[in-house]
Design a protein around this ligand. Structure first.
Ligand code: SAH
Ligand code: SF4
Length: 340
């Protein structure tokens, strides 16, 4: 049995025509599965008997086992799912004024090992398949009986360390005959794997790119994110400038405010200098404390002052509010302690 959620519509067309079916059958199948949420071929009434029999014998859809589901006071929901091989992954549904977004996990664990991140505490066990990312969306939509309008690849894992599967996932959920999540409603967040930023710039899609920057100087950034030794700030910024020029898209920088580490007004000034003239905005993130590390969250006043300084210096910025903090559900806060 192959998994339908791994197929882009173009690939499904190819597969079905090779088997003697019509190309438009792929579109019909996408509509059944993703739009009408009907996964049993028996009920796909506009498909031929032969195709339904073929589907029953050859294609299935991924289902994840719900291990736990938690609800935070602000309505954020964290699902812990078990994969086929029993690894546990998390997906977080957040409610916003503009709709609902799902924070999707892309790998079991993460090899980048940032010194503030709970996900990086555990080495990567394996990459997720596209179908396992699609399944997170399908499962949450069904369990919540809701429609997800935005997707962020910001759960556990480094999307650019699982590039092909993540791009396949994006193509599948973006398909107009499928879930139809607009490219501008999808955001990929990377710790800064430079070669993949160039690859991403070559893709003909309007998917948002977010770069986890977190520091304006190499010494601090290397301390926070060891990936900076391989791809230091100069190389990263060169790649980001290329991306912005090539795609005409605005890039987002995520900047985690860590008390006494990178949150002074002088840091804000230096960050402004680094980003001046670039079509970007900075998303200031409050640090969700992780018990294994002794970083501090910047106090609210410090965060506000940092934000105001960036604005004064002409840098677009937002101060991200914490979502689901009471259940450790904020993105990047996906705990290895599965009992929590
Ligand atoms: N690996 C990718 C995407 C997953 S992490 C990346 O690093 O960009 C998503 C975001 O959560 C990143 O910006 C990351 O730096 C941030 N993050 C990690 N740990 C965090 C924590 N304890 N508190 C707040 N944000 C955190
Ligand atoms: Fe991996 Fe991102 Fe966490 Fe760094 S912040 S360890 S890249 S998930």
């Amino acid at each position: 049995m192959e998994n339908l959620y791994n197929y882009t519509r173009a690939e499904l067309e190819r597969k079905l025509t090779e088997e003697g079916f019509k190309a438009f059958n792929a579109r019909q199948l996408f509509e059944w599965v993703y739009k009408k949420k009907e996964t049993d071929p028996k009920n796909m009434t506009n498909l031929s008997k032969r195709l339904r029999t073929y589907l029953e014998a050859n294609l299935s859809v991924e289902t994840l086992k719900v291990f736990t589901a938690q609800k935070a006071s602000d309505g954020t929901r964290k699902y812990l799912f078990a994969l086929e091989d029993d690894y546990l992954i998390e997906a977080v549904l957040m409610r916003h004024a503009y709709g609902k977004s799902l924070c999707v996990t892309t790998q079991v664990g993460c090899n980048i090992g940032c010194s503030f991140c709970a996900s990086g505490l555990k080495k990567k066990d394996r990459d997720l398949k596209a179908s396992e990312m699609v399944a997170q969306l399908m499962m949450v939509e069904q369990l919540e009986d809701t429609r997800i309008s935005h997707v962020v690849l910001m759960g556990t894992g480094e999307p650019f360390d699982n590039y092909d599967n993540c791009m396949r996932f994006i193509d599948i959920i973006n398909d107009p005959y499928g879930l139809e999540i607009g490219a501008r409603h999808i955001t990929v967040s990377t710790s800064g794997i430079v070669p993949r930023i160039y690859d991403f710039a070559d893709r003909d899609k309007q998917v948002n790119l977010a770069i986890s920057l977190h520091a304006h100087d190499n010494a601090t950034r290397s301390r926070l994110m060891p990936i900076n030794d391989a791809y230091p700030i100069e190389k990263l910024m060169e790649a980001v400038r290329h991306y912005v020029e090539k795609t005409n898209r605005r890039v987002t920088f995520e900047y985690l405010l860590l008390g006494g580490v990178n949150d002074s007004l002088s840091d804000a000034d230096k960050l402004s200098n680094l980003l001046r003239g670039l079509n970007c905005y900075v998303n200031l993130i409050p640090y969700n404390s992780v018990s294994e590390f002794d970083y501090d969250t910047s106090p609210t006043e410090t965060r506000n002052a940092f934000y105001k300084r960036l604005i004064k210096r002409g840098i677009n910025a937002t101060l991200r509010e914490e979502k689901g903090a009471d259940i450790d559900a904020a993105c990047g806060q996906l705990r290895i302690n599965k009992e929590s």
